[in-house]
Design a protein around this ligand. Structure first.
Ligand code: PLZ
Length: 449
């Protein structure tokens, strides 16, 4: 089905309802999935077997006319809402004006305005600068380049359960072999892995967990060799792991004392997702560099590195860039999205959504020992599923619950090193009714397993 066959426009004007009148996938979706199987590389998977034709508010509509509740926001991207009207208008205006000049060839205003906004909005009141890229992985790659150039050192430390991307350097930084790394090596060198704070599983205080990580860095690498420590303030793909209090501040203090650049990867946590503009704020830390992407531009591909001006300026002119980095259409979308984050009460909305998610999941947990842990902040909440006897991760149950939810028209995403976490990260444009209905479906799916 092409868009011209459908009377549907996307965005918040879409009927906000769950509506399932075929099996998932329905016949039209199945046709596309057959073509996908024949034409698209097998390595590119999909979670929800539909052909998406429109989305907005809290729903994704498929080619068979089914309307699914969206509790995933395209992996934390459409935080302002899919096809947000202001984003659509900004994109339409820009696309008619010019689509590309290459910022490295002929600069334009919107790139600079996005950089100014990032410098203003990211934690800390020191002088900051930004550079724009296309994807989260590309932002992470560039943050590491910048940190190495600034320090003249090479070692980079990432953590257990980390996810930083699928390019060669970011695969090296990512912790999980399957599906991200297996068979794709050799990986970039000078990447080291430190233990994370994972309160549900390690039982350590933040200070104890930080001491373990710091000891590893000092003994196995040597502080003088470390260019950067990179960490997601709340691990995303790794399982929405919230570190114990004090863990992140202790790491930041150690970095400061040793001339190491502290990079917060806020690609998944950034832009109101956690109820703060950036998750670093929740832990009282001020990163030296911060990587952003996903929610920054309402669905358009844009990413950034923002940080201390002296670090950001360490690179020689011409050392950073890329053909499309900071594309004008993506920048227009970002400016409209940032305006919505700042002026449409989205931080508060993320906290409200978090309250609903947490209350419901905790009440399920009270009667179901298979939910070992409920954690997260704002509209970034997860439930970790375990074998009640042993606390061992139960990835089989998790996959079954997620599959049943999708069959009933609720898009949920799993995550976690052991695949035993269901994460809830709806668009902030979702209404309470739809969110609650989605959680009813999750509860029923769990009860049926
Ligand atoms: N850093 C913290 O969460 C992307 C990955 C989906 P890109 N997470 C979703 C998948 O399976 O590919 C992510 C992230 C953090 C970096 C990235 C990478 O961002 O825009 O996917 O490159």
């Amino acid at each position: 089905m092409s868009l011209t066959d459908t009377p549907l426009a996307g965005g918040p004007s879409l009927l906000q309802e769950r509506r399932i009148h075929t099996a998932i996938p329905g016949p039209r979706s199945q046709e596309l999935l057959d073509r996908k199987a024949a034409a698209v590389a097998a390595g590119v998977g999909h979670t929800v077997p539909i052909e998406a034709v429109a989305a907005g508010g809290g729903v994704v509509v498929d080619a068979d006319g089914n309307s699914l509740i969206d509790l995933g926001a395209g992996i934390a991207v459409t935080t302002v809402g899919n096809a947000h009207p202001a984003v659509v208008a900004a994109v339409q205006e820009q696309v008619a004006r010019f689509t590309h000049t290459c910022f490295m060839i002929s600069p334009y205003e919107s790139y600079v305005a996005v950089a100014e906004a990032l410098n203003r909005l990211t934690p800390g009141d020191h002088a900051k600068k930004s550079a724009l890229f296309n994807s989260g992985a590309e932002a992470v790659e560039n943050a590491v380049k910048i940190a190495r150039k600034h320090t003249g050192r090479t070692a980079v430390v990432a953590f257990d359960h980390a996810y930083h991307g699928r390019t060669n350097l970011t695969m090296a930084l990512t912790a999980k072999a399957m599906p991200y790394k297996s068979g794709f090596g050799p990986f970039a060198g000078e990447v080291y892995r430190a233990p994370l704070s994972y309160p549900f599983r390690d039982g350590l205080s933040g200070a104890e967990a930080a001491a373990k990580a710091i000891s590893l860095m000092e003994k196995q690498i040597g502080a003088d060799n470390v260019a950067a420590v990179i960490i997601e303030p709340i691990q995303g793909e790794g399982g929405f792991i919230v570190p114990a209090d004090g863990f992140l501040p202790a790491l930041v203090d150690w970095c400061r004392a040793n001339g190491v650049v502290f990079i917060a990867d806020e690609v998944q946590t950034g832009f109101a997702r956690t109820g703060a503009m950036f998750a670093s704020e929740l832990f009282g830390i001020v990163p030296d560099l911060i990587t952003t992407a996903k929610g920054i531009a309402g669905g358009m591909p844009l990413a950034a590195v923002t940080g201390r001006a002296d670090i950001m300026d360490a690179s020689h002119t011409g050392g950073l860039g890329g053909t499309y980095g900071g594309n004008p259409v993506a920048c227009a979308a970002a400016l409209a999205s940032i305006d919505a984050f700042e002026n449409d009460g989205l931080l508060e909305r993320a906290r409200e959504i978090g309250g609903i998610l947490r209350a419901r999941l905790e009440s399920l947990q009270a009667n179901d020992p298979r939910i070992g842990d409920v954690r997260g902040h704002g509209a970034m909440i997860a439930a970790e599923f375990v074998d009640p006897q042993t606390n061992a991760p139960d990835g089989v149950l998790t996959a079954a619950v997620a599959k049943a939810c999708i069959a009933e028209g609720v898009i949920v995403l799993t995550c976690g090193t052991y695949g035993n976490v269901i994460r809830f990260l709806p668009p902030l444009a979702i209404g309470d009714d739809l969110l609650n209905e989605g959680l009813d479906v999750v509860a029923a799916a769990l009860a049926a397993q």
